[in-house]
Write a protein that binds this ligand. Structure first.
Ligand code: NAD
Length: 462
């Protein structure tokens, strides 16, 4: 290590203070362990400062704009005169700052030491920061992920990742979004709500390729109705900045121009230096066993560093799981498939469990039902369209448990909790059908779909 100073030692030494890292520190502190958190930037990481929270604030402002524009549909006369991006950013930042202050308070309250600086894992359960060694009885690698760049598309002023797009001082007049995954769809939706002309280019045959086919089709139809251009199966061969805009070339020779290009083609693990320190990696992800242990004894990896869905709430779960193991407990880690997924666009897409095609592949005999939000009173009040799809194993009226739920429509993300309990607890439709849903709520749509699978639909034409 080349340093003779005695290392500062704690029970749990965590490299990275994002969702996974800070959750690990908080749980470790709660369990009476000493914890040290090493963070280069601000605790809270990507999710709090450059991801989940600021994007959802921008999307909420976008929803306010949409509702204002559509006010007359509800008999309210209102005119959308302008979107003041400086004020929108101030609102967004106030939410982030408040949460950041709260998080700092929690961390201090649990007696967690925070070391500010760039940490380098050097093996032997040691991380060096500014030449100072820190050791842990256990080390937790939690350095997260960063936007992926692609060849022939140099990032610059007008060709940007989501980090930059979040800070744009002005609304682009026209925007091209490269990648129709979660980030691409959320930004496309937001910019369109703010008044931009948006085109989404997706290499795969449909948007959100990881979601159920039905969700992708329903979402795509809704986005097209909003005036967003979606080009699926589009391969981009290059892009460059040209004065006041960007020029994008597609395979087949087609060219497109816009004010800005957002590159949203996935995120890669921030694992530089780990392999050199002897940590086994696989395509950049840290290789772990089912207890999230790396090939170094007492060294764990959590969150986006571990291959699987890159979601903040998965990071929280990983961090808590590892802290409990270090404390000598025997925790259970939820399977990735049971982690809920929400895309916060207008309309939203939410899901948990298997898609219809993967359920069919896995079980052969399955039944899927879609309940259209057209029959759901609250969705009609909100004037949102979409549906709820529930998949069970086996036959409609006598089969097995619910294995997947997929929903499209405004606000359906808020329904995912109940869906997740059904799938996670392997509920039979007949187990949940007797539970009464408050009327009128969007939850009733999930209830109706389950009633139909249990053989007793109330508001579905037989
Ligand atoms: P993603 O993997 O979800 O989507 C990237 C998309 O880009 C894919 O559909 C892929 O087919 C497409 N693509 C890749 N290369 C392409 C090319 N050359 N041309 C055209 N299309 C191309 O990644 P993302 O949207 O960048 O998001 C990154 C991660 O962050 C994801 O894991 C996502 O789950 C997570 N995230 C989650 C949320 C949320 O939960 N609401 C929000 C934002 C980000």
């Amino acid at each position: 290590m080349g340093d003779s100073r005695p290392a500062q030692h704690s029970d749990v030494l965590i490299l990275g203070g994002g969702s996974a890292g800070y959750a690990c520190a908080l749980r470790a502190g709660q369990l009476g362990l000493s914890a040290t958190l090493i963070e280069t930037d601000k605790v809270g990481g990507t999710c709090l400062h450059r991801g989940c929270i600021p994007t959802k604030a921008l999307l909420h402002a976008a929803e306010v704009a949409d509702v204002t524009r559509a006010a007359e549909r509800f008999g309210v006369r209102a005119t959308l005169t302008a979107i003041d991006m400086a004020a929108v950013h101030a609102y967004k930042q106030s939410v982030v700052d408040r949460l950041h202050t709260g998080l700092n308070g929690l961390i201090a309250g649990r007696g967690i030491a925070v070391i500010q600086g760039v940490g380098r894992y050097v093996g032997n359960r040691t991380v060096v920061v500014d030449g100072n060694p820190y050791t842990g009885r256990a080390v937790v690698l939690a350095t997260g992920s960063a936007s992926r760049a692609i060849a022939n598309i140099p990032i610059g002023d007008r060709i940007m990742s989501s980090d930059h797009a979040l800070q744009l001082p002005e609304i682009p007049r026209t925007a091209i979004v490269l990648g129709g995954g979660v980030i691409g769809v959320e930004f496309a939706s937001m910019w369109a709500s703010y008044g931009a002309e948006v085109t989404v280019l997706e290499a795969m045959p449909r948007l959100l390729p990881g979601e159920d086919d039905w969700s992708s089709t329903t979402l795509e139809r809704a986005l097209r109705r909003r005036g967003i251009t979606v080009k699926a199966g589009a391969t981009v061969t290059g892009a460059r900045q040209n004065g006041a805009g960007v020029a994008v070339e597609l395979a087949g020779g087609e060219a497109m121009e816009a004010d800005v290009l957002l590159v949203a083609v996935g995120r890669e693990p921030r694992s530089a230096g780990f392999a050199e320190a002897g940590i086994a990696t696989d395509r950049g992800f840290v290789a772990v066993d089912r207890r999230l242990t790396t090939n170094h004894g007492g060294v764990y990896a959590v969150g986006d560093l571990v291959a699987g869905p890159q979601l903040a709430h998965r990071g929280f779960a990983h961090g808590i799981y590892v802290a409990e193991q270090i404390a000598g407990r025997d925790p259970v880690l939820l399977a990735d498939q049971l982690i809920p997924r929400v895309t916060y666009a207008h309309p939203q897409v939410a899901s948990v469990g298997l898609t219809e095609s993967s359920a069919r592949e896995q079980y052969g005999d399955i039944t899927a039902i879609v309940y259209d939000l057209g029959g759901n009173a609250k969705s009609q009040i909100l004037r949102t369209a979409g549906g709820v799809k529930v998949i069970r194993r086996g036959r409609a009226d006598s089969g097995g448990p619910v294995v997947g739920v997929h929903m499209v429509g405004d606000r359906v993300g808020e329904l995912i909790g109940e869906a997740q309990l059904m799938v996670g607890w392997e509920a039979l439709p007949t187990d949940v059908a007797p539970f009464v849903h408050a009327h009128p709520t969007q939850n009733e749509a999930l209830g109706e779909a389950v009633l139909a699978l249990a053989g007793s639909p109330l508001h579905i034409h037989a």
